[in-house]
Structure formats: C-alpha cells, structure tokens
Write a protein that binds this ligand. Structure first.
Ligand code: PFF
Length: 467
C-alpha cells in the first residue's frame, strides 16, 4: 500500500495528539456531573472497569484500522476489503461534523468565561446564573431575549484559532500545539486539585467520591458510565481511524492505546476529585449542578469563596479552553483529511470553508439555547414525536444514535469481518509482541457490541440522554 500520508513527527507527538483529542470538555465538565449523578464511588468504580474492558479494545481497533488502511474514515473499510462498511465511516464523519458545530461554540463560551474571569469576575459573582443567561441572549430580569453577538464573536475566534492550527498540518500545527497544551493542562489541573482538596469543608466531597453507595450500583449508572467513556475517549467518531493512519508502523498500538486511555481517565478523575469536593465545600451537596450549569454557573460560587478566586477561575477556564481546542482540532482534522483525500481539495481553503460552515450551523446551536425559539424534531418510543430546542436535538442525534451506531460498526468490523487476527497482525507490525490476543478477541467480538446495543436500545426506548 502506498504511503505518502503525513506522519506524526515523534512518538510523543501522537500520544499527546490522541490524548488531546480525548481530553476535552467531556472530561472536565461532563465527568464530574456524571460522577455526582452516579453516586460518586459507584460511578467511579464502573468507569474504571469500562475503560480497560470496552474502551481500550475499541480504541485499539480504530487505530489498527486506520494504520492498516492508510486512508480516511470512509475509504479505510474498503481498503481493507470490506466496502460494505463504508457507512460506518460516513456516520463517523457526520458525527464529527455535527459535534464540531456545537463543540466549537461551547469552546467560544469557555473563551468568553476565560476573559470574564480575567476582567470582570465581580460581575460573574454578583449573579452567576444571570451572567450565563445574558451571555446566551436572555435577560432574565427583563424577561427579554436578544441575539448574543459577543459570544458568537468569541465562538468565531475560537474556530479561527482551530482552523489556523489545522492549516499548519499534522506535524507543524497539531503536534506542536499539543506538545505545549497538554502538559500545561496537566500542571494547571494539579494546581487546582490541590487548591480544591485543601479547602475547608472539602472532606465530605472527597468521601462521596471514594465511598460506594450500593443503591447506586444500577444498570442506569452503568449506562451513564459507558456512554461517558465513549464520548470521553473520542470513540465512535472514527477520529482514531484518522489519527491511526498517521501512525508509523513501528509504533506499538497497544501501548499507545493504554497510555492515551490512562491519561484521559486520569484527567477525568482529577477533574472529578477537584470539582466535586470544591462544590461540596462552598455550596453543599445540593449545589452540585450538572452539565453546562455545572461548569459555568455553579463553579462561580466556588471561585468567589476561594482566596485568589478570580485567578483560579481564570486558570480553570484556560484549562478548559486548551482541552476544548485540542479536541476540536481532532474533530476538524478528521473531516478535512477526508475531503482533501477524497476530493483532492487543498488543505487551506477546505479548512476555511468547513470551519465557516460549521461555525454558521453552530450559531443556531448557541442562539437556540435561549435567544431564538428554533426547534428540532425528535422521536423515541416513550415520548413519541417531540420538538426539542434545536441545540438539544443536535446532541440527541449524535449522543443517542450516531455515536453508538458508528462504534458498533467499528466493533463488528474488527470483531467479525476484518477479524481480530488481522487487527492483532497490524498491532504486531514492526516486531511488537501483543500478548492479549484472546482477551482482545473476546472483548471486541462480544462484550463491546453487546454493551453498545444496550445503549442504543435504552436511549431509543426510554428517551434517556446517556451521555
Ligand atoms: N473526547 C472529547 C471530550 O471528552 O470532550 C470529545 C470529543 C473530541 C469527541 C473529539 C470526539 C472527538 F472526535
């Protein structure tokens, strides 16, 4: 197979890029909220089992597919002799596209908050919820809405930075950026962890994260942990296929997978141990919110009550910004790499055009949060046809259906069509010995697909958002 694709310039370059993709908004604001919902210790235990048993085999498969095929997400399956799986690549490509539209806008919100803490933390503290609403175009006091131009500009800026880095290419842009961004992120996280864990009143939060409440060991908690793991590890979006295709044959896929998954999990767990105790310490257990509110609203109370709070707030959002940037870059790279290869387009104009389109669609996401009544359409068997806000419909589509479908396609491909023997042969290229062939085969053939089918069924039948 000809090989004129770009390659990672160094071993560290790949690991940091893949970890940069995995470590994102999912780890830092989603994980703590999910951990709280899942009872702290119970969720943590399940998550720590799911990552090695399901996440690692899936990531290893995606990387091996990409490296063996040396192609983009859609054509990789055909290159390996199974054209019939091209749909998996298309779904992955489409997921990456849709997610980037909104992910990059949330990146813009994070940028907004980074600036807010640097310049006007007093305003955030005075009315955290009002400040958040106001950013999104809703004046709660007057009950009126407006187009939130400032945050749209921040989102445009965020997207522009991502595109700039992509245009610089794999080695020049993505790799260099990650080499600085990832270690910086780790350092900032550890500083914040120490600060949070030593706050007076943090102990009950730590205890919550470390004790296992038996009543929370339920299938529901398992499902929340499972889909969080997929999202967090960037699986089911075929990103790792693209990244795998840049990986030299001499690299050990199994060891790389282990390192990336470990780093991702470490960041999530540190974020959990930083955020939950901090919120317990300042707001009490009832103050632990979820989702967007968690990252943007609840934490204001934490920073307000910390000495040097505005500075720590600024650091926290800067960290989120790094994480969101590296993840968005990986998403756009997957999309652009496909177009360049398939259509023969040039990197620079393709990146600019794709970035612009995604930014514009993302505007509907941000505006439908509060400013404009834009609706989507949704169906599940429990609630029938519903018309959720456009922003929610976008997330439902990716989280509830497309990610599990793409992940399932990859598992079936690796487990049953291309076969685990070929995956392992690819892993063993360059004289590497992979000692876990039997375990890998069992996990990828049976355990992972069964778990994914359960996610799909539960979300379709009960309408629960599982990620
Ligand atoms: N894994 C990222 C996170 O946890 O925030 C999100 C993500 C990035 C998903 C890139 C998929 C992807 F391709």
């Amino acid at each position: 197979m000809e090989n004129n694709r770009a390659q990672w310039g160094s071993k560290l370059g790949f690991i940091l890029a893949a970890a940069g993709s995995a470590v994102g908004l999912g780890n830092i604001w989603k994980f703590p909220g999910k951990a709280f919902e899942g009872g702290g210790g119970a969720f943590l235990l399940m998550y720590l089992l799911i990552v090695p048993l399901i996440g690692m085999p899936c990531m290893m498969s995606e990387l091996a597919i990409g490296r063996a095929a040396q192609s983009n997400v859609v054509d990789s399956f055909g290159r390996l002799g199974h054209k019939g799986y091209a749909w998996t690549g298309w779904v992955g490509w489409a997921v990456a596209f849709i997610i980037t539209c909104y992910y990059s806008h949330v990146g813009g919100w994070v940028l907004r908050y980074t600036v807010s803490y640097a310049m006007e933390s007093g305003k955030v503290y005075a009315d955290p919820l009002g400040y958040f609403y106001n950013m999104l175009g809703y004046d709660a006091a007057a009950g009126s809405t407006f187009i939130p131009w400032p945050v749209l500009i921040f989102a445009a800026l965020f997207m522009a930075v991502c595109c700039f880095i992509i245009i610089k290419g794999v080695e020049g842009g993505i790799e260099r950026f990650n080499k600085i961004g990832m270690p910086a992120l780790f350092v900032i996280l550890v500083v914040l962890l120490i600060r949070a864990a030593t706050l007076p009143g943090a102990a009950p939060g730590l205890k919550y994260m470390l004790s296992i409440d038996a009543s929370k060991v339920t299938p529901q908690t398992f499902l929340i942990a499972l889909s969080q793991a997929f999202y967090s590890l960037s699986l089911g979006m075929a990103i790792m296929i693209t990244y795998g295709s840049y990986l030299p044959k001499t690299e050990n896929i199994a060891r790389n997978t282990f390192m990336v998954c470990t780093m991702d999990t470490l960041v999530a767990v540190i974020a959990g141990f930083m955020v939950i105790p901090a919120v317990f310490a300042t707001l009490g257990p009832e103050g632990v919110g979820k989702g967007g509110g968690f990252a943007f609203v609840s934490l204001a109370g934490v920073f307000q009550q910390m000495p040097g709070g505005a500075f720590f707030g600024f650091l926290f959002y800067l960290l989120l910004l790094f994480a969101a940037l590296t993840s968005t870059i990986s998403l756009i790279e997957g999309i652009v790499a496909f177009l360049i290869e398939r259509k023969g387009w040039k990197r620079t104009p393709t990146t600019i055009a794709v970035g612009l389109i995604m930014f514009l669609i993302g505007c509907l996401y941000t505006c439908s949060q509060a400013a404009l009544p834009i609706k989507g359409i949704w169906f599940d068997f429990k609630n029938g046809i519903t018309y959720p806000a456009f922003c929610d419909a976008m997330e439902f589509l990716t989280d509830r259906i497309m990610i599990p479908v793409c992940a399932l396609g990859c598992c079936l491909f690796a487990g049953w069509s291309w076969t685990p023997e070929n995956v392992c042969k690819e892993i063993e290229q360059g004289g590497i010995r992979f000692g876990l062939v039997k375990l890998y085969s069992f996990l990828i053939k049976f355990v992972a697909p069964a778990a994914i089918i359960v996610i799909l069924a539960v979300s379709l039948f009960t309408g629960t958002t599982l990620s």
